[in-house]
Design a protein around this ligand. Structure first.
Ligand SMILES: C[C@@H]1N[C@@H](c2nc3ccccc3[nH]2)[C@H](O)[C@@H]1O
Length: 449
């Protein structure tokens, strides 16, 4: 073990109530909104091939021209309650909202820079109505904050000269001031989702970032901060030089999912996912592979089955309206969640071998197991392997608990649950209970000898 001052200060899952609640969210919403939504991935009729929220970095646009988009920010169709209602009907339990993306434009009236909504035609705070609307909808708010800030004169990609160092010191104080300002203005926020922390300039600030994280935790006890905020003194990010996760949950799952439980190293984690292949901010061209509700539901099931949460991204238009394709996806996912969310909320890794038909989840603190089916076996028999001495009982379709499904033990601790569901067009859930004393329930039929 290396002696670290600025590595992880805790190992394993946080045991407190705030983190237990976070662990049980299952499904979340990401909102990427800012000036980049105005061009929407297009400029002077030419389409930008990268991610729309990165259009400022495109050679085709002078930086000052992009920065003057502030004078066009007037989202007349912005309706915080409508956004929260969309998330509510979709079944999201938390929302991560961009307060400031890499371009440095602040959606709140920060007093530490002029580059905010206060100096746009809109003038008003965007974050406050969003926090209030989502709080009222019972959806917890996490504030996304990009450390990298292309607008701030003190930002540097690396510290090479004394001048860089002096400029970056000012930038560090600016960053600290804005974070304290956000937690003070929006005290109900449950966490901070940091981004833009990979450049050398910030990676070299192990001590400063560690002290700042501890200051923020003292200011807002229970606040949730992931592994993307800071590096240890050897520049190690997410996992410190001893391989221990820095922060409260792993934040590396951006547009990708773990395959097996070993991939998550016993940590909390969430996966943040775009609907197109790689567009977070609004992009007019809704092109390439656009994930269907079925795919997004499967990613949610897979995430929860591996002990994480799934966060689906929305990129509202420059006028403040959510695009119709995203509203449609939210509706389809919401319709599925209305029937099946019991298998998602407050569920965890079931410690059972994955089977071809889909994913297992387990209700936290109970012996209820859910089988989320995405691939129906032609013979209608769903294989389940249990640890030795564990019994199985009461298998039923989640949507029809009165239907007692036949359970056949085909060999030691291995069962077929029979369910013929030929009309299924949507993923469905079978549920059963386990108990540790196998002898106690012999309601399954012994294999015919
Ligand atoms: C959550 C996502 N993180 C940002 C981002 N910028 C990147 C630059 C390089 C590689 C990955 C990146 N992800 C994206 O713009 C989005 O905000």
């Amino acid at each position: 073990k290396i002696n670290l001052v600025h590595g992880a200060h805790r190992d394993g899952k946080r045991p407190d109530e705030a983190m237990k609640k976070w662990r049980g969210y299952g499904l979340g919403q990401f909102i990427h909104w800012g000036l980049y939504a105005i061009p929407g991935g297009e400029w002077n009729g030419k389409t930008y091939n990268g991610a729309a929220e990165w259009i400022r970095s495109w050679d085709g646009i002078p930086k000052s021209t992009y920065d003057s988009l502030i004078y066009k920010f007037n989202p007349v169709n912005f309706d915080a309650k409508a956004w929260a209602a969309t998330a509510k009907q979709m079944g999201a339990k938390y929302v991560t909202i961009t307060t400031k993306h890499h371009d440095g434009f602040c959606l709140w009236p920060s007093k530490y820079t002029d580059y905010t909504v206060a100096n746009s035609p809109w003038k008003k705070d965007i974050i406050k109505p969003l926090v209030d609307a989502y709080d009222a909808a019972g959806i917890d708010v996490i504030l996304y904050f990009s450390v990298m800030d292309w607008n701030h004169p003190g930002w540097r990609y690396d510290i090479k000269t004394e001048a860089d160092s002096i400029a970056f010191e000012g930038f560090k104080q600016f960053t600290r001031n804005q974070l304290i300002e956000l937690l003070t203005l929006y005290p109900t926020a449950k966490g901070l989702w940091f981004d833009g922390t990979w450049d050398k300039s910030w990676v070299k600030q192990a001590a400063f970032a560690d002290e700042l994280e501890q200051e923020l935790r003292k200011l807002r006890p229970g606040i949730i901060i992931g592994s993307r905020f800071r590096a240890d003194e050897y520049g190690k990010r997410h996992f410190d030089s001893n391989g221990v996760l820095i922060g409260d949950y792993e934040q590396g799952w951006e547009r990708k999912l773990p395959e097996k439980i070993a991939d998550v190293h016993g940590n909390d984690w969430d996966c943040v996912m775009t609907v197109p292949e790689n567009q977070w901010g609004y992009n007019k061209a809704w092109k390439g592979h656009i994930k269907t509700a079925f795919e997004l539901i499967e990613m949610t099931a897979k995430s929860v089955s591996l002990g994480g949460n799934f966060v689906m991204n929305f990129g509202p238009q420059g006028d403040g309206a959510i695009r119709k394709e995203e509203l449609q996806l939210a509706k389809e996912i919401g319709d599925w969640m209305k029937v099946n969310s019991e298998a998602i909320y407050n569920c965890e890794y079931a410690v059972l071998d994955k089977q071809d038909w889909g994913y297992f989840t387990k209700k936290t603190g109970s012996n209820k197991i859910y089988m989320l089916v995405f691939n129906t076996p032609i013979n209608g028999k769903y294989r389940v392997k249990l640890p030795a001495k564990m019994g199985i009982s009461m298998a039923a379709p989640l949507s029809n608990p009165g239907v007692k499904l036949k359970i056949e033990e085909i060999k030691a601790n291995e069962y077929f649950i029979e369910f013929n569901n030929p009309s299924a067009k949507q993923p469905f859930v079978i549920t059963f209970e386990t108990d540790t004393d196998k002898k106690s329930n012999q309601n399954y039929e012994k294999a015919k000898t």
